[in-house]
Design a protein around this ligand. Sequence first.
Ligand code: ZN
Ligand code: FE
Length: 255
Amino acid sequence: MVLQIVTVPCLSDNYAYLAHDPGTDETAVIDVPEAGPILQALEKQGWTASKVLLTHHHADHVQGLGDVLARHSALVVGAAADAHRLPPLDQAVGEGDQVMIGTEAGRVMDVSGHTVGHVAFYFPQSEVIFTADSLMALGCGRVFEGTMPQMFDSLSKIAALPPETTICSGHEYTRNNGKFALTVDPGNPALISRMKEIDAARSAGEPTVPSTLKDELATNPFLRAADGAIQAQLGMSGASPVEVFAEIRARKDAF
Ligand code: ZN
Ligand code: FE
């Protein structure tokens, strides 16, 4: 049975997610930007959280944990590499480790770059990955702690998953990401039409997440550093994809 996913808007532009296994009734919360909306969403569904999966140490992904744990006795899962700066962990994990939600086995992927120790949680049976501030809708997290090649490798690992994979990312940055994407990939018809959908969704106050890997591969410039049109637009035809990625990331930082 596949996991049921609920998107929970938090703070001004963060997302947490609930992942529920209907077979066992087990529910995991992925990231805790703030407790209120997460507790409300759990209550609305009639679900009890038994696990909290943390993607990385930034406050806007962990700071609601205490108040969630006060109401739900959940096990906390996060990166062993970040154990010194995450809340206390019940399960410390790294690349390739298994995390269960009910009967479904997820795989931990190290996706360092935004931070060193950022992990993603991939559930192949349900074809869903929780990427937070690594791969985002039409963008990727700013490279604060890692190196450009490290972030490029992390995104490349996600890009190699099945295209049907659902991408549950951590922020509502999509409209701004898309405006930037059009500056490096202006002739991409898939990007142009996706931007129309994004504008419509945001005007209606709806989230633009989750997205699909298929759409990201077609429109997200950070996954398209090998694309000839983007390279030409940047004056970098024939450059290595990692160099092109670094240039795109630098331009986005200045955008
Ligand atoms: Zn972050
Ligand atoms: Fe964040």
